[in-house]
Design a protein around this ligand. Structure first.
Ligand SMILES: [Fe+2]
Ligand SMILES: [Fe+2]
Length: 401
């Protein structure tokens, strides 16, 4: 791309850095060429739960409450449903994250378009946002159909939501914290739309969040990728694979923007450094917990108790009130293989986030070391659950079930 002759007052210009520009171009071109939108839309249209309810949608270890007392005592057909419910719950979280991504892709593109030569970055983000809309549509279509068939009501799904809602669907929150989070997200949106550094820095947070997704989604996508029966494999497994392909490009673009494009901008001011680090700190707080119910999503299990209770009382498990409570006690307050696996994923996430932040110079020590996130432990988890579960049992009236 030809450098504007009027760009001389800009210290560093993206098109003058040909290797960065070229990498952006290649990533965008390859994503356009491989774009899975049509395949994902067609798969979502063709989905019928009855057609694939007798098969696993990803490997057994990615099942709801895998490796807990519930899993150990479940029948073959109950295990299949727990496998499907993992898919539903997992992608319900991805829907929420991607709704926020669409909004911040747009505010960041607005912030970056104020620089010379940033059309390529903005076009790339436009493509990614339109892909996210197809992903959300497919996840929502399947998740809602499954819950309707199994329970006749919502368990993990929710109606379309605003990008300012809590990104973590099951978070350690209350109305005051949620409102505060909403104000923070709205402020960051406004700031990033008018500030190139913060717009660019959003991709550090997006990169970390996508890295978390990649850890698990790579394994989910492998179920299809390594299958010899690709034509007959369940549609949700196909969607996991296509989604992973699209997201690989999104992760590349996050990395190029947050690691390299950022060097084409002026160094951050103290205020910009502060806001950027607050964003990463927020990400650490969001990813502080790990869940015995779902490996790879950092949900706060006490926020999930009601859903798990409903699943246990549904005709799928047909537990009595006291059996359901006893099973929840065993699943959430005792050490299990499932809990250790989830903790291991959390540990891998911490290590990969540290490596991702390593080349960036403006990061605070507490973020560089992921000190908030890595301060959680199995011991703390169990202590928290014992307290929260007995409180849940005490204050909830279970007669309506
Ligand atoms: Fe996506
Ligand atoms: Fe994405």
């Amino acid at each position: 791309m030809k450098t504007s002759t009027f760009a001389k007052d800009i210290d560093r210009n993206i098109s003058e850095n040909s290797s960065v520009y070229r990498r952006l171009q290649i990533n965008y071109q390859r994503n356009r060429k491989q774009d899975c939108t049509e395949l994902i839309d067609a798969a979502a249209r063709a989905f019928c739960y009855q057609d694939c309810q007798d098969k696993y949608w990803q490997s057994e270890e990615f099942s709801l409450l895998y490796g807990t007392a519930l899993w150990e005592s479940a029948t073959t057909s109950q295990k299949l449903i727990l496998n499907h419910l993992y898919w539903v719950a997992y992608y319900c979280q991805i829907i929420s994250a991607e709704i926020a991504t669409i909004y911040f892709n747009q505010t960041s593109a607005a912030g970056l378009y104020a620089e010379e030569d940033f059309r390529l970055v903005c076009d790339m983000l436009d493509l990614e946002s339109s892909q996210e809309r197809a992903h959300i549509h497919a996840f929502k279509t399947i998740a809602e159909q499954v819950e309707k068939a199994l329970f006749g009501k919502r368990i993990f799904t929710y109606p379309m939501r605003s990008p300012f809602a809590e990104t973590m669907v099951f978070a350690d929150t209350n109305p005051f914290k949620s409102r505060w989070k909403q104000l923070q997200l709205q402020s960051f949106g406004m700031l990033s739309a008018g500030n190139s550094f913060l717009a660019c820095q959003y991709f550090t947070v997006r990169g970390i969040r996508t890295l978390n997704g990649k850890l698990v989604q790579h394994k989910l996508s492998n179920f299809y990728h390594s299958s010899d029966e690709k034509k007959t494999i369940p549609i949700p497994s196909q969607i996991s694979y296509y989604h992973f392909l699209d997201e690989s490009f999104h992760f590349n673009s996050s990395t190029i923007i947050s690691h390299d494009v950022i060097n084409c901008l002026k160094p951050p001011t103290k205020f910009e450094t502060w806001v950027a680090n607050l964003g990463i700190k927020g990400c650490q707080q969001d990813h502080y917990h790990f869940s015995a119910a779902i490996n790879g999503i950092f949900w706060y299990d006490p926020a999930l108790y009601r859903c798990v209770y409903e699943i246990l009382r549904s005709p799928i498990f047909s537990c009595s009130n006291s059996d359901a409570k006893q099973m929840m006690n065993r699943c959430f307050t005792e050490e299990s293989e499932g809990l250790h696996r989830s903790f291991q994923t959390h540990f891998e996430a911490v290590e990969s986030y540290k490596a991702y932040l390593e080349p960036l110079t403006y990061i605070w020590k507490s973020n560089r070391e992921m000190s908030t996130m890595s301060s959680n432990s199995i011991e703390k988890y169990l202590k928290r659950q014992k307290k929260a579960l007995s409180q849940f049992m005490r204050i909830n009236d279970f007669d309506n079930y």
